[in-house]
Design a binder for this molecule. Sequence first.
Ligand code: SAM
Length: 284
Amino acid sequence: MAKLRSKGATMDLVRRHNITAKKKFGQNFLTDDSVLDEIVAAAGVCEDDHVIEIGPGPGALTERLAEHAGHVTAIEIDAQMIPALEEILSGHDNVEVICADVMKTDMHVIAEKIPGKNLKVVANLPYYITTPIVTSLLESGVKYKSITVMVQTEVAQRMQTGPGSKDYGALSLAVQYYSKPEIITDVPPESFFPMPGVGSSVIRLDLYEKPPVSVSDDALMFRIIKASFMQRRKTLQNALKNNPDVRIPAEKTAAALESMGVSPMIRGEALTLEQFARFTDLVK
Ligand code: SAM
């Protein structure tokens, strides 16, 4: 039976260890048992899994992960959390807690420590750094099976949407190139302590063995995508010709679009992932 079952138990642990929630680390602790259980179920955590948790905080999710997974590696930036985690995780010998900044952690090394298991990321992410974390996980080349994370609702919608929506952007295309996203559930601010000022959602990204579109140079495709959305109200021709990362002459962009049967006056925000891939191959 989990020690941190009930909001009261988490609040008591936080008080006893003099933990104050730090805004700069995006600390909003999840205190709702049913949401914690739903995250573990959505990730399908089992004995065959090595779960990497980013930002365990005082450990409510970590403890549940330890109960279901073969192994858990939890990476926490805030040293103040470590004594609370040691208390909660005593009795679980399948968890390693690393006190580090996830953005400076080599995930290949973490993955290789536990060979032969399915690698999954499960986390209630710090919202100030969600996009860099998710993007670097996806682009790392580490073979994750899935990434199940709590993020701001608006960010979850950006990950899942396509052309025609104001939420569509570079994050949508990166997520959809590497994975199939599915929003699992929306979570109200009352499920956290302290309450965040925004709505939250749990989203699962099931990573592809092979991307759904083929492109000869995916790094160039993502530079083109970033340049297109940096000036999203401009035509693709104008957005790409002045961007120092790509500098594609307007005539070259127009010719490529024409050969794709697309108006040369189109904006990047109207192109699908398949079209960005085709365009990249044509201008390379
Ligand atoms: N998992 C806990 C829960 O669900 O209650 C805490 C989640 S809280 C939203 C985010 C956690 O990420 C905090 O514990 C915070 O200290 C940690 N964190 C923030 N930035 C981090 C970073 N760069 N690397 C590792 N952990 C980080």
